[in-house]
Design a protein around this ligand. Structure first.
Ligand SMILES: NC(=O)c1ccc[n+]([C@@H]2O[C@H](COP(=O)([O-])OP(=O)(O)OC[C@H]3O[C@@H](n4cnc5c(N)ncnc54)[C@H](O)[C@@H]3O)[C@@H](O)[C@H]2O)c1
Length: 320
């Protein structure tokens, strides 16, 4: 329960790892004007200092915000600490390939953050995000509702964007989710995808459009494999994930009870337990308020279970 004092102190957000993802998130946060303090922490302190200087020069055009390069002690009092530290995918590498390198970093940095800030929310972006969110939960000792992974918020955005291009409707008017792993075993929930409450085949019928199954069949692989295509071209992806991290942070700081597909601890969900993966989840000031129970098709349930078992095998190797 938050006290009056909690609500009165400046809203601090800490960013651990200010490479492409962390720095772009900090920029989005500054433009959004929802934090009064942003502290940047990186193993490369000079990089954090440079980013802080550049961001501070943005303040006269945006919102009064204190930005500085700090250390783990500055995580004290942060409402949200975003983790974007660690190695990123090289061309041809899967997200799961990163686990050994990034789990070693996790064993150092998660206890450091929690030592100084036992009351905040941890928001994980580093890949493989589901396994590292589970590891952050275990290593932090925090209640699971305060450890969240960005999960498939990005994949869901990619899916909605591609559907919007096909149907000629604003992506924000498309309601469709990617669930499961943020990665190769992720699952599109076609059975519940809708526009204005009409499932996609019904939408086509009502609008006198042909239901183009071939186009639908192409949209999911394009969604799932988007990161590979971007990495081949520009080396890494960061704008959309930063916007997704911003959206999650906003839902937390503004206590919005927003439904977002993020990674959280799943218990007793179609027989799936003790794993972090993404499902539509209500996010508010406390973090995860509720993971929504979806009526999935038998095929979707099977694919979700497969995704969960893949993730459990990866996390099992970490011996947490
Ligand atoms: N969840 C998603 O949807 C999503 C999307 C894109 C990228 N990512 C992931 O985000 C992570 C970061 O990607 P990036 O492109 O910003 O990488 P990057 O290499 O640009 O930045 C990583 C930063 O982490 C810092 N770092 C490394 N070890 C550290 C430590 N022990 N303490 C503090 N800082 C440390 C590095 O100095 C560097 O500045 C990667 O794992 C990437 O795969 C996730």
């Amino acid at each position: 329960m938050l006290s009056d004092a909690d609500y009165r102190r400046p809203v601090r957000v800490a960013v651990v790892g200010v490479g492409n993802v962390g720095a772009t998130f900090a920029y989005a946060l500054l433009l959004g004007g929802i934090a009064s303090e942003i502290v940047l922490i990186d193993a490369n302190h000079a990089k954090a200092e440079g980013e802080a200087m550049d961001l501070n020069h943005t303040v006269p055009f945006t919102h009064s915000t204190r930005v500085w390069a700090g250390d783990f002690a500055d995580c004290a009092g942060a409402s949200v600490t975003v983790f974007a530290a660690g190695a990123s995918q090289k061309p041809g590498e899967t997200r799961l390939d990163l686990i050994t390198k990034n789990a070693a970093i996790w064993r150092q940095i998660v206890p450091e953050v929690v030592k100084h800030n036992p009351d905040g929310i941890l928001l994980i972006a580093t890949n493989p995000v589901d396994a590292l969110s589970y590891a952050a939960w275990k290593l932090s000792g925090l209640p699971a509702e305060r450890v969240i992974g960005s999960g498939t918020i990005l994949d869901t955005a990619r899916f909605r964007y591609l559907l919007s291009q096909h149907f000629g409707v604003d992506a924000r008017s498309i309601h469709a989710y990617i669930v499961g792993e943020h990665g190769d075993s992720e699952v599109p929930v076609w059975s519940l995808a809708n526009i204005a409450g009409m499932r996609l085949p019904d939408f086509c019928k009502a609008q006198n459009l042909p239901h183009d199954q071939k186009a639908m069949d192409e949209i999911f692989p394009q969604t799932r494999d988007a990161a590979y295509r971007i990495i081949e071209r520009k080396g890494s992806t960061y704008y959309a994930v930063a916007a997704g991290l911003m959206r999650i942070t906003q839902a937390i700081l503004r206590d919005q009870s927003t439904v977002l597909s993020v990674s959280s601890l799943i218990q007793d969900y179609y027989g799936i337990s003790d794993v972090y993966l993404s499902l539509p989840t209500v996010i508010d000031r406390r973090g995860v308020e509720n993971v929504l129970r979806l009526e999935l098709s038998p095929d979707e349930i099977e694919k979700l279970r497969h995704s969960a078992s893949m993730l459990k095998a990866v996390v099992g190797k970490l011996k947490l």
